[in-house]
Ligand binder design. Structure first.
Ligand code: G3P
Ligand code: CA
Length: 360
């Protein structure tokens, strides 16, 4: 198990970092040919999980992005969840506000010593005043979009929404369309919230229960990078609330996750979770050649333990495609037909829906 709360490491084509994690990956590369990899069980079409909504087209986690993901045919729509000062659960990727909102402009005096603006320092009423934009970075005072070809920065009007509001949107659309799209919620930074005096997991479970997500068969997955928190949810919180929803262990591309990536570690995960959500780079070595794909043993181990495998994150931008794949569709072909995953997190649900429709 992990010694500290997990740290997500974003890696795209990062040979350096992969080499740093060489010992970890070495454990996983038990065979070299993708054709030997197990397939997902026959008849189970891989799930299309809209990562932060249709975030390739609209600012992440906005209601507009969620509605677009629904219309594009996603099976599940993802929410990253953090808590406000007044104990509301809001849908934001980070427990900071400064990379997707104008908080620095509206509340210039509310940054902590590290210069960051923390969701937990603001009430929902204050957060409602903020304008949400495409994700941006600031360097030497210059603001630039993380994904320059996506929705323009600071255009149109978007707001932060609560978890309850987003569930109401999805349930409303399910009713008006006759569909049954699920929710795929992530508890962010539970240890940080606990240090701040908040039990985010109990609060998230409370919202889920209010909206009827209670049993293992209900259309919800609850994900977290922190295995200790997932064990606590499985062993303490859910029994106390008479709940039994499916849990997903997220696994980042970093050395701290190595203990999970063994037969024993995966079997421990299977004791509390229904699936794993690994970085795609844990399934296929990003330094692979197209004609010599290095596929890890993780999918086989997970399937042997009865776990579903939902890797992240599938994007269309060329700098987000590992060098062994030509484009998003080629990458999907590798992961669906050769690696044998059970679903994918994607910023572009329409592209994955189309791929699966044309590659049954
Ligand atoms: O939850 C799956 C995936 O979203 C994990 O990465 O950082 O985008 O939440 P992140
Ligand atoms: Ca997430």
């Amino acid at each position: 198990m992990l010694a500290t709360e997990t740290k997500r490491v974003s890696v795209v084509k990062s040979k350096k970092l992969f080499q740093r994690c060489g010992s970890l990956i070495g454990l996983l590369i038990l065979f070299a040919c993708g054709d030997q990899a197990p397939s997902a069980p026959a008849g189970d079409k891989p799930l299309v999980i809209a990562h932060r909504g249709a975030s390739g087209y609209l600012p992440e986690h906005t209601i507009a992005a969620k509605a677009m993901a629904f219309a594009q045919g996603a099976d599940y729509i993802e929410q990253d969840l953090v808590m406000t000062r007044d104990d509301e659960i809001v849908v934001l990727h980070d427990h900071h506000l400064d990379t997707v909102t104008n908080v620095a402009k509206l509340f210039p005096d509310r940054a902590r010593e590290d210069g960051r603006y923390y969701v937990i320092d603001f009430t929902l009423g204050e957060i409602r005043q903020l304008a949400v934009s495409e994700r941006f970075g600031v360097r030497n005072g210059e603001v630039s979009a993380i994904f320059p070809r996506r929705f323009p920065l600071n255009q149109s009007t978007f707001k932060v929404n609560t978890f309850a509001e987003e569930i109401e949107l999805i349930q409303g659309l399910n009713r008006s369309t006759g569909k049954s799209v699920g929710i795929y919620a992530e508890i962010k930074s539970p240890a940080f919230h606990r240090e701040e005096g908040k039990d985010i997991s109990a609060a998230v479970l409370g919202v889920l229960k209010t909206y009827g997500y209670v049993h293992a068969g209900d259309k919800v997955f609850l994900q977290c990078f922190d295995p200790y928190e997932l064990v606590r949810i499985r062993q303490e919180l859910m029994p106390a609330m008479s709940m039994d929803v499916q849990l997903v262990q997220l696994i980042g591309y970093g050395e701290e996750f190595a203990p999970l990536l063994t037969t024993d570690g995966i079997q421990q995960v299977a004791a509390y979770a229904a699936g794993i959500g690994p970085s795609m780079h844990l399934l296929v070595d990003p330094d692979s050649d197209a004609d010599d794909l290095q596929v890890s043993d993780l999918v086989r181990m997970a399937h042997a333990a009865g776990l579903k495998v939902h890797p992240y994150t599938f994007r269309r931008e060329s700098d987000q495609i590992p060098p062994y794949a030509k484009d998003l569709e080629d990458l999907l072909d590798i992961f669906v037909n050769r690696v044998g995953v059970d679903g994918v997190f994607t910023d572009f649900p329409d592209r994955v829906v189309k791929f699966l429709a044309t590659n049954p």
